[in-house]
Design a protein around this ligand. Structure first.
Ligand code: ASP
Ligand code: MG
Length: 383
């Protein structure tokens, strides 16, 4: 008999303790009682991944990445076992599968692997005898039969990839906010929920620092036409749908804040040397600025130590720490100059490092001003 199959993903806060695990189990049980089967992808509980990273840092700042993946993947392995046990305890037939048991094949890139293929035979087999399959997010297995992880926030990508592999039309992503907002509601108090948003717009938001969905997962969803619903596992509100929609009809302007950035400043003549090292080490760049004979590269502070190590023999640079980037993303390019003039007004009393206007507007500033300016800009432009 064919059954309805739904793919759900639960983030770290949704499974962080027994109480939360039980509410997640009840969400799954509800679907099962309606005759559906559920594939649930889960993240590591709460701060587990950060704690595991801290453990490795006690030994070395530059761990062997193969071993780091063996370590980090244990976080999700704990969650799947606990959720499967919780489900059994409320009478749902469930089984947990690690990434490799679920047939998730990745490329060899430890710590930042991409999914190449998913062999779904095991999942399909287990579905014959179980109503819920609980799969560890963020992990897979590479061509050497080694465990790989997929970069921070990678569980979203696991969920979307599984939905694509089993031809599920929809993937429900349960997280700690109940949807996608016009700004991060933890920073901007008047942020409003957006009911639906296009893949392209969501990709832009994720690229500019919105943390609600992992960027790779949205690109994958677009490629395979998987509709994403962003929901909260606590509040039973309507969430946000990410799908193919025409946003020209209903323009959206939203704001993102990327924190913990720093500028690496050096002479423009050294650009090739510096950029080559950054590229070779696969360090993500947020922005690049040239001003006369000087160049600045905006990077995430997580890479600070790596940069210091890379340029230990090259003394001709400076860093400026604790910066943020606020970006406004607008679907209507015709009003970008009007928006910029409002932004200029909003930021009159604040020392701005750089401002950029192209497809979107970005402002680089000291982090201590970001909540003030983000709220002001949001109220002027997004409401
Ligand atoms: N546990 C991993 C992380 O914290 C993966 C995820 O949560 O999606 O980044
Ligand atoms: Mg996590």
């Amino acid at each position: 008999m064919r059954y309805d199959l739904i793919v759900m993903k639960f983030g770290g806060t949704s499974v962080e303790n027994q109480e939360r695990l039980l509410s997640v189990a009840k969400i799954i049980k509800k679907e099962v009682s309606l005759g559906k089967k559920v594939i649930a992808v889960v993240s590591a509980q709460g701060d587990t991944t950060d704690n595991l990273l801290a453990l490795s840092k006690k030994i070395t700042n530059t761990p062997n990445l193969r071993e780091l993946d063996v370590l980090l993947s244990t976080g999700e392995q704990i969650s799947i076992a606990l959720l499967a046990m919780t489900l059994e305890s409320i009478g749902v037939k469930a089984i947990s599968l690690t990434g490799w048991q679920a047939g998730i094949k990745t490329c060899g890139n430890y710590s930042n692997a991409r999914i190449l293929d998913i062999f779904t035979d095991r999942i399909e087999n287990e579905l014959k005898n179980h109503d819920a399959i609980i799969i560890a997010g963020f992990q897979g297995i590479n061509e050497n039969d080694d465990i790989t992880t997929m970069g921070r926030g990678g569980s979203d990508t696991t969920a979307v990839a599984i939905a694509a592999a089993i031809n599920a039309k929809e993937c429900l992503i349960y997280t700690d906010v109940d949807g996608v907002y016009t700004a991060d509601p933890r920073i901007v108090k008047n942020a409003k929920k957006i009911k639906e948003v296009s893949y392209d717009y969501m990709i832009k938001m994720a690229d500019m620092g919105a943390q609600v969905l992992n960027k790779r997962s949205v690109r994958l969803a677009k490629k395979y036409g998987v509709e994403i619903s962003v929901l909260s596992s606590i509040l039973k509100n309507q969430g946000t749908k990410v799908r193919e929609v025409d946003l020209n009809a209903k323009p959206v302007t939203s704001l993102t804040v990327e924190k913990d950035l720093f500028l690496l400043k050096f002479k423009s003549k050294d650009f090739d040397f510096v950029s080559e090292k950054i590229k070779k080490n696969k360090i993500n760049v947020s922005d690049i600025f040239f001003k006369g004979p000087f160049c600045s590269i905006l990077l995430n502070q997580t890479h600070l130590r790596q940069i210091q190590e890379l340029f230990v023999d090259f003394k001709d640079y400076e860093t400026e720490l604790n910066l943020s980037k606020i970006s406004l993303i607008c679907t209507n390019q015709d009003i970008i100059f009007d928006i910029f003039s409002k932004v200029k007004k909003a930021s009159e009393n604040i020392p701005i490092k750089y401002a950029n206007v192209c497809e979107y507007i970005s402002i680089i500033l000291e982090s201590k001003f970001n909540s003030y300016l983000a709220n002001k800009m949001h109220d002027l432009v997004c409401c």
